[in-house]
Structures are given as structure tokens and as C-alpha cells.
Design a protein around this ligand. Structure first.
Ligand code: NAP
Length: 296
């Protein structure tokens, strides 16, 4: 029997939207006495039927457990709730799994310290149905001892439970960085599907070409990261001068099909600027010098 099997730490979950309900359900299924609270009380009913205790107020809920998990819509909701629970928090570990910025996480950590609580900030890179499964991917940052004390309980939420470091803002840095890759990839993919669609090619016919391309991308992404760290930009996927010529044709192809080219024109302007600065023989990763200094 593992340590996690023996762990029956009481847990409070504040916020019972889609994600908070999945978190509370998972704690219940793992045998944790679970106290719940939500602004709209009806959302607790299903959990109460499964064995959760519904607290009458957020402060009552926070007082009920040594581990208090907060998962609401955004930092405005977090602030409204924290304003009411401060007196109930001393000695507790507050884990905020609400998505937010690094600055919001650091401010919440300072607030928690003033109220005698340890604060862990978390980012959830998973859907509610993934919580409690091997697909659950959660990142945490904040005091290491607080994480290690509660690690066994938190591990129940997802197969990939990763501690980043002591700076409470760092989980949000990783979270925002990763969802940024997601959004920018998805929007690029949709432009691509629009392009092939304009040529009467079904999206599902074309999709395997994209998934195949992505499955071979690990080596290039690692090489680009290495180039970024080193500040030396070998011609990954060809030199910028060649990319510049290709971009003209790519933009023309999209324009001919009536597809939006605003983002590609931005990429082209970054390449042109770098080439004009004498870096036409560098690789694509060289654009990081321009991205990080937009005004220079
Ligand atoms: N759903 C996902 O797939 C997913 C994935 C990764 C991360 N997340 C993150 O998880 C967090 C929660 O998402 P969700 O999907 O659970 O959202 P949701 O289903 O829309 O639920 C929002 C929750 O926030 C509460 N809330 C909103 N404003 C409030 C306020 N002013 N005071 C008190 N409570 C307030 C709502 O209470 P009421 O019920 O009273 O309105 C509800 O419990 C978000 O930060 C989201 O980015 C979600």
C-alpha cells in the first residue's frame, strides 16, 4: 500500500464549477473527508450526495481542513473569496488552482503570508474529465516544504504533478507559456484548415499530415531552445534569407484563397527586420532577438 493509499487528509474545495467539482469528486473518490463551498449553493448537491460536507460559508469551509483548494473563474473571484476567509486560514496550506498571471500569484502569496497560511499556486493543463487520471497535468509553485507535505494528496488530482520551484509566480509563468503555445498553434492550424478547405480538401484528409509533422518536431524544438540559450542561431530549417522568400509565396497562397494573412505578415516583418540587420544566414530561432526587444 502506497503513502497515497494511506492519506486521508481532510480537504476543502472552494468553487464548484466544472473544474472545482472534478477536483472535489476526485478527493472524495480517494477517501479524503471533503468539505465544499460554492457561491451558488445548488452546485454542491451532487457532491453532498457522494459524501461531501457542504459548509455554510467560505470561512467555515476554509476552517474545516488543513488543505484548502481554491478553484474559481478568475482572480476577481479569488479576491472576493480571500477577502472573507483570512481569519480562517492560519496554519493551513492554501492551494490556488484558479488560472491567473504570475503577478496575481505573487500577490496572493504575499496576502496568504500576512494571514499565516502557506500558499501554493497551481496551473491545470487538463480538462475536468482528466482530473484524477493519468492525463491530469498540474503544475505547482510556492514553498517546497508546503508542497512536499501535501504532495501525496495533490498527486491524486493528476498523473503528471510537477513542482516548479519556490517562487509562487513560476507555475503561472509555465502555465501561461504553455497555453500560449496551445493558442498560437491552434490558430495557425485553423488558418491551415481554412486554406486546404478553400481547395476542397477535407480537414480530416489533411490532418494526418499536420499530426505527422508535429510528431517529428521534438528535435527541432530542442535545437531552437538550445540556440536561444546559447545566443547562437544555426540555420534551423534553413536560413532567414530563404524563409523570407518562402513567406512571400505562403502569404500569396493564403491571400489567393481569401484567408486572413495578418499574423503571417507580422512573421514576415520580423524576418525582414532581422535580415536587414545582417542576420540573413541565421536560423528561424534568431527571431527571438527581435521578439524580446519589440521597440529596438
Ligand atoms: N474547465 C476547464 O476545462 C479548465 C481547464 C484548465 C483550467 N481551468 C481553470 O479552472 C478555473 C475554474 O474553471 P471552471 O471550468 O470550473 O469554470 P466554471 O465552470 O465557469 O466555474 C466558475 C466558478 O467560479 C465561481 N465564481 C465566479 N465568480 C465568482 C465570484 N465573484 N465569487 C465567488 N465565486 C465565483 C463560480 O461560482 P457560481 O457557481 O456561483 O457562479 C464557479 O464556481 C478557471 O481559472 C479555469 O481557467 C479550467
Amino acid at each position: 500500500m502506497s503513502a497515497a493509499d494511506n492519506d486521508r487528509t481532510p480537504v476543502t474545495v472552494l468553487g464548484l464549477g466544472a473544474m472545482g467539482t472534478a477536483l472535489a469528486t476526485t478527493f472524495l473518490e480517494n477517501g479524503h473527508p471533503t468539505t465544499v463551498w460554492n457561491r451558488s449553493t445548488d452546485k454542491a448537491e451532487e457532491l453532498v450526495a457522494k459524501g461531501a460536507v457542504r459548509a455554510a460559508s467560505a470561512p467555515d469551509a476554509a476552517a474545516a481542513s488543513p488543505l484548502v483548494v481554491l478553484c474559481v473563474l478568475d482572480h476577481h473571484a479569488v479576491s472576493e473569496i480571500l477577502d472573507t476567509v483570512g481569519d480562517a486560514l492560519p496554519g493551513r496550506v492554501l492551494v490556488n488552482l484558479t488560472s491567473g498571471t504570475p503577478a496575481q500569484a505573487r500577490a496572493a502569496a504575499r496576502w496568504a503570508a500576512e494571514h499565516g497560511a502557506d500558499y501554493l499556486d497551481g496551473g491545470i493543463l487538463a480538462d475536468p474529465q482528466d482530473i484524477g487520471t493519468s492525463n491530469g497535468f498540474l503544475l505547482y509553485s510556492g514553498p517546497q516544504d508546503a508542497f512536499e507535505t501535501r504532495e501525496a494528496t495533490l498527486k491524486a488530482l493528476g498523473g503528471v504533478t510537477t513542482y516548479i520551484g519556490t517562487d509562487a509566480g513560476q507555475a503561472a509563468v509555465y502555465f501561461m507559456a504553455l497555453i500560449g503555445v496551445g493558442y498560437e498553434t491552434w490558430i495557425s492550424y485553423l488558418h491551415t484548415l481554412a486554406l486546404v478547405g478553400a481547395e476542397n480538401i477535407k480537414a480530416t484528409t489533411f490532418a494526418p499530415f499536420v499530426t505527422g509533422m508535429f510528431s517529428g518536431m521534438n528535435e527541432l524544438l530542442t535545437a531552437m531552445a538550445r540556440a536561444t540559450d546559447d545566443g547562437y542561431y544555426p540555420p534551423d530549417a534553413g536560413p532567414l534569407g530563404v524563409h523570407a522568400a518562402l513567406m512571400d509565396d505562403l502569404i500569396a497562397t493564403r491571400q489567393a484563397s481569401g484567408i486572413d494573412v495578418e499574423r503571417l505578415e507580422h512573421v514576415k516583418s520580423l524576418i525582414d527586420r532581422r535580415v536587414a540587420e545582417g542576420h540573413g544566414a541565421d536560423g528561424f530561432s534568431s527571431l527571438i532577438e527581435t521578439i524580446g526587444n519589440p521597440s529596438t
